[in-house]
Design a protein around this ligand. Structure first.
Ligand code: OOG
Ligand code: NI
Length: 463
């Protein structure tokens, strides 16, 4: 029996999720329309960019979703989610500790790994696990644990088909379609809470995020994120479309050579939900969790480049810390731009400093060259035999993620937790190790260079 490629299941899943979310959150549909408009305008105004994207990206899918996010409650949920995502060719990459930023979760991103799979469809899911160990109130912690233990976030069909895919090494077309429909259920919004209003308020008082994770039947998708070609423009146009942008764009400032990841969102909406009233009826209330986000990606940085990025970001935040109400947004942008003057802004200099990862390929001249005795990379570049292009950053940034979390948890007082990264615990709960993103990019860079050198040396040997 032929199996559906996992990338096709991922594509079907992300399309199904997009349709469901637009339907559930109309403001998200508005954001998608705005993103498509700005992308069209950007491409029309920059023929060079258009030509480049035509050869490297699927232009007709340029405005599609690139990621989404969920928050899980237990180790069992996390490890089963890992198995579900594996069926779609999505594997855990990176570990993000958000406790330092006042959010009681730690996270990974399930994403396709490798050039071919990323090109087919780069959709990823930022997946957080609640850390009840950071909650001081012991009795509340125990109650939250009890509530979480009673819920089953996966349908029987989703579990059965995941096992089938594991045993058979894939799914048939009919099973893949059923799988997508069944898994979608886990991400659906439920407006009826599984706790009463008092419990909801207690959880909420401990941390809004705890209420979001513990109070509902499942880990509703809390945002989806299409790709924009001009994040500053979408941010500026949001109010015109009657959606409220978060105060500032997260990540690096606007630059000629984009680095890492820039992202912004519209603020989470207050939505009607109902709580068990204890008398067999329902009591209406509200909950704020769901929003829409946009992203624009740049080059993946080496540990050295990343260290510089982190230090410049920290330096600018010492000058101006962006407030949730946006009142100092301009000052923050200025401080950020000023600090990042220290980060080189040409591909040549980023490469020369060893700040970024590049992929190497043979030029026309390199392909035609009978041989090259000079196998020194710099020499090959200056001889015009090979060229280098930035490798796109496919992961996330903890400070940015914290900013996205914060702006969508309401603008109330920030909570402080003692920093306590616990990757070992996370991986034990996940049932697997997460891939180290730096090793991964270094591997892609090396493979591209080796491939060039191989062609060139094989020719010299054949002489
Ligand atoms: C996840 C926030 C992080 C991002 O793009 O950095 C995130 C969440 O709110 O659950 O999605
Ligand atoms: Ni996001």
């Amino acid at each position: 029996m032929t199996h559906v490629p996992s990338s096709d299941i991922r594509t079907a899943f992300s399309a199904a999720m997009s349709a469901m979310y637009r339907n559930e959150v109309p403001a998200y549909g508005t954001l998608m329309d705005l993103v498509a408009r700005v992308n069209d305008e950007t491409l029309a105004g920059e023929p060079e960019l258009k030509a480049r994207l035509e050869t490297t990206d699927n232009l007709d899918r340029i405005s599609e979703e690139r990621h989404g996010a969920i928050r899980l409650g237990t180790a069992e949920e996390l490890s089963m989610m890992r198995r579900v995502f594996a069926v779609m060719g999505m594997y855990p990459v990176g570990y993000y500790d958000l406790s330092t930023a006042g959010v009681p979760v730690h996270s990974t991103a399930f994403r396709p790994v490798g050039d071919a799979a990323l090109k087919r469809n780069p959709f990823r899911v930022f997946t957080s696990l609640l850390r009840l160990d950071l909650i001081a109130d012991e009795s509340l912690r125990a109650q939250a644990q009890q509530i979480l233990a009673t819920r089953q976030i996966f349908t029987a069909g989703a579990i059965e088909l995941t096992k089938k895919a594991e045993t058979d090494g894939g799914l048939s077309q009919a099973d893949a379609e059923r799988f997508v429909a069944e898994v979608l259920e886990t991400f659906r919004w439920h407006d009826k809470a599984i706790v009463d209003v008092d419990m909801y308020h207690r959880l909420h008082a401990a941390h809004r995020l705890i209420a979001d994770v513990v109070s509902f039947k499942g880990p509703h998708i809390n945002h989806l994120t299409p790709r924009t070609l001009d994040i500053d423009k979408v941010q500026a146009l949001m109010p015109e479309y009657e959606i409220a942008p978060k105060a500032v764009v997260e990540g690096p400032p606007t630059r000629r050579c984009p680095i890492l990841l820039r992202q912004t969102s519209f603020k989470a909406l207050e939505e009607a939900v109902s709580f068990d009233d204890g008398n067999g009826g329902w009591k209406t209330g509200s909950h704020t969790a769901r929003f829409g986000e946009i992203e624009q990606r740049g080059i993946a940085l080496t540990p050295k480049g990343r260290a510089l990025y982190d230090s410049l970001l920290e330096a600018s935040r010492k000058v101006v810390r962006p407030t949730a109400d946006g009142s100092n947004a301009k000052a923050y942008e200025a401080a950020l731009a000023e600090a990042f003057k220290a980060f080189p802004d040409s591909w040549e200099s980023i490469r020369a400093e060893g700040f970024g990862y590049f992929s190497y390929s043979l030029t026309e001249k390199g392909r035609r060259a009978a041989s090259s005795s000079a196998l020194d990379v710099e020499q090959l570049i200056s001889d015009g035999l090979i060229v280098f292009d930035p490798i796109v950053y496919e992961d996330f940034l903890p400070v940015s993620a914290a900013g996205i979390f914060q702006s969508n948890l309401g603008d109330g007082a920030q909570q402080e937790f003692v920093a306590s990264p616990n990757q070992q615990r996370f991986e034990a709960d996940l049932g697997a190790q997460v891939l180290n993103e730096f090793d991964h990019y270094a591997g892609i860079e090396k493979a591209s260079l080796d491939a060039c050198i191989n062609v060139l040396t094989r020719r010299s040997a054949a002489e």
